[in-house]
Each structure stands twice: as C-alpha cells, then as structure tokens.
Design a protein around this ligand. Sequence first.
Ligand code: MEV
Length: 313
Amino acid sequence: MGIGSGKGKTILFGEHFVVYGLPALAAGISSETVAKVTRKQTAGWVLKDKRPAVPGYKKEKSGEQNVSIQNILKYCNIDTKELGFQIELGGDLVCASGIGASAASSVAIARALNDEYSLGFDDEQINQAAYEGEKGYHGTPSGIDNTASTYGGLVWFTRDLDGGPPKFETLKLRKPVHLVIASTGITASTKEVVGDVRKKRDENSAWFEKLSSEYKQLVHDGRDALLHDDLQRVGDLMNRNHELLQEMTVSCTELDDLVEIARRNGALGAKMTGTGRGGNMIALAPDKLTMKKIAQALERAKAAGVWTTTFGL
Ligand code: MEV
C-alpha cells in the first residue's frame, strides 16, 4: 500500500489577483487529507472518499475529481488498462470551498502513487503532479493552492504568466499568528467564479486594473506587516482586501455576515478566502483567547464549520 498526505490551506491575501500574476500569501494549515493507494488485480481505479465534508461538497465536485485523478495518472505515467488500484481518501481536513480541499487531495494522491509505484518524485514533481490535478477542478489554476498544500508554512507565491514554474518562498514569522476559519457551507465552483471574473476583466480592463494596482501595494504592505509582527496593520489590510473582493463581486451576503461577526468579536481583520461566492472566511485574532471567543461567536451564529489554526513558525 502507498500512502501520502496534503495540507489544507488558507489564502491571507490575493485570491483571484494571483491568477493574473500578482503575488499572494497563503498559509498551509495543520489539517490534512491522507490518501492510501492499494493495487488490485483488475483494470481501472476506484475511489473510496471517506473525507469529512460540508453537506453537498463531494457530490458537487465528483465529476471534476475524476478528471483531476486522470490528470494526475497521466503526469505519473501510470496505466490502469490491465491492473489498477483503489484510492482511499481520509484525514482530518473537512472539505469545504476555500480550504484547499481539491489541492490537498491532489497532493495526497500524488504522494500515495509516488510511494506505491516507487516513482522517485521529489516535492517539486509532487507539486507539479498536483497542479495537473488542480486543472481538473478549473482550467487555469494559479498553482498557489497545490504549492501551499505541498510545502505548508507561509508561502509568498507569484505565478509565471508565460507558463514557466511559479516563484515562491516560505516566510518565517517572529511570532505565531492565530486565525479562525469559518465556512458558509456553500460549495462554490472555482471554474465558474474564476471564469466570471475573467469575463468581467475582459469587459472592463480599466476597472480591473484599478483594483489590481491597489491590491499590489496592499499585498506588499501585508507581507511587511506580517514580518514586522504588526498584526493590527495586517488586520486592516485584510479588511481592505475583503472590500476589493466585494468590488470584484466574489463575496456574498453569507461571507460578509461571517466577516462582520468576527470583527465584532475581536478580530483584528477578516476577509473571505479562496474562490468566494460561498466557501470560507478567515479572521485574524490578536491572541489565543480572542481566537476562541471569535470561534465561539461564529459557532453561535451557526457557521457551517469553524476551525482555528496557527501559522508562521
Ligand atoms: C482558489 O483557492 C484561489 C483562486 O485564486 C484560484 C487560483 O488561484 O487558482 C480563486
């Protein structure tokens, strides 16, 4: 049996902008998806998906998941025409839009295949295989999700728009940073939302350019503030990033409501994270105690899922 894992992720700054070559910051979280690959004596592959998930998520994504697995197999050069295998997916990452569930499972599957078929892949190749997997979920992934999922930590990421490898580095912070993640329970289609943003950008490039140029300054300021441990500034910039995403039309009432609840309960800043139009929001807490208070408030407000995570060390 081959086994592998991939971490969930959260985007602190830069979803959607990252697709167009602007830098973004993502943090791998401790929850992960685990894949186990067992060979069988018959052709083809079968999937047993035992991952915890918000209602509807797995059904919504199953078609894309099949394409994703085919893409990974192609990259790994594994032929199942005669002898195939079973993949079992599990782990503690609760699948919901915005938490990098598709990337985490792509990374986990690539690692499990690497283990079972002794492919000799290093992390760069695992990341590349997972990127091919991500293409199954939407045609033009930036690669930030699979990179954060493969390497973990706090990742400063820039896509190469000419198709070359992305540039990324892992940042180390002086102190750990506490985040609360809350789910709207709504499963969003990354393909549809990214496609819609592209359409709006094509129709009004001046509008998109204005958002992008403010975002570009914001993400550099966010990086500096994180590295200088200026959490109040990070929070303010997260709030502004949320407004830019609202202007981009990728937030929604359910996300805005969760963001407001987090802010009222002590968050230094809060924003949607990932694809948007559903999915998750993140809130920055000044300390562990406030992190718990924010999480409890979001639970009382009946968020579909609430998690806490710490990153930066
Ligand atoms: C999805 O987690 C993040 C997006 O920016 C898409 C991508 O980067 O591929 C919306």
